[in-house]
Ligand binder design. Sequence first.
Ligand code: NDP
Ligand code: MG
Length: 376
Amino acid sequence: MTTQGVAILGSTGSIGTTALRVLARHRERFEVRVLTAHANVAVLRQQVSDWSPGFVALVEGDGEVPATWGRGPGSLVEAATRPDTSIVLNAIVGAAGLDATLAALDAGKRVALANKESLVVGGELVGAAARRGGGIVVPVDSEHSAILQCLGVRGAAEVRRLIITASGGPFREWPIDRIRKATAHDALRHPTWSMGRKITVDSATLANKALEVIEAHFLFGLGYDQIEVVVHPQSIVHSMVEFRDGSVLAQLGVPSMELPILYAFSHPERLEDPGIPAFDPIAAARLDFETVRHDVFPCLGLGVAAGKAGGAAPAVFNGANEQAVALFLEGRAPFGAIADAVHEALARHAGLAGDDLPALWHADAAARRTVKEMFR
Ligand code: NDP
Ligand code: MG
């Protein structure tokens, strides 16, 4: 069997390092040929010495790096389009991953997409790039991987509803007053998943579920009225598909990103992997499902409304959320202000045009500016 070349963008992060752990068990099938990081030179250097990739890029960061390394945001496009790779894992966090997703799809690659912000900010453009270049998007997000697995060969026409599960985050049972004053330390203690800081905060506000509803809309071509969110604290059922005859299929597993990452590489094939944690139905005997407390977690409703509004609204939602989360993590905004900031940015900018990339970046910048001004 020939090996497939893989590019890992954001290799130093939570998804990136997990992917390298998985790929280390599948060296006969996949070869890591590209690695990129934002600023973490120390971890990137170690990965380069472990994997000897043909191309390495560091977007920012000081210090001496080899002259052959790509530098600056433009190097991500080269990383995403190298001719010796057929798979690009986009594990960058935030809208900063959009250009690489578009470039990889234009170049005909399979994009194993963890960077859901790509689809939220530029869903229409991502679809157009895939059609133009012949690339495909295969989701890494566990919920969307579950839906893809449940769908099998069935298309959107046979689906009545997607039911996306949410752990509910660390504040699932907290009273609203306590949540508004929660600290970064509180928000970063996720009950079931170990992830990067930004998505962990998004899981605490439920902004992550809004991003995932928009992601599902673009990935599977379903209307927003066909996508529901249900809280499932154990994170065992990764999502469900209800077909038009009423049959519901679910995909189950322990909360680990190793399986959805591997599946994004191998889909539709399934590879043997003894390293992936085994499922024990007795240990997972209790599965609870609850309704979302929308009054306590307004980011979910705000994001879904932005998705329905279309145009630049999802980009405004995302940009405002990224900026507010950054300020929260720096200790400059309280937890409750994240939803306020997103609300304010949408009120001001949701009507902006989102027809092309410059328009989307304009909306993203406007949203970030509004949020920064709120916490000056
Ligand atoms: P991390 O913060 O752990 O890692 C982010 C990676 O992207 C790092 O390699 C980082 O480099 C790099 N990076 C950060 N900013 C930039 C930038 N501006 N330009 C280029 N590279 C950048 O995030 P996660 O791994 O948790 O998440 C990555 C993506 O996957 C997110 O979109 C998230 O929503 C999604 N996802 C994550 C899951 C998880 O379990 N972690 C589950 C489902 C989806 P450096 O280390 O140098 O800063
Ligand atoms: Mg998810």
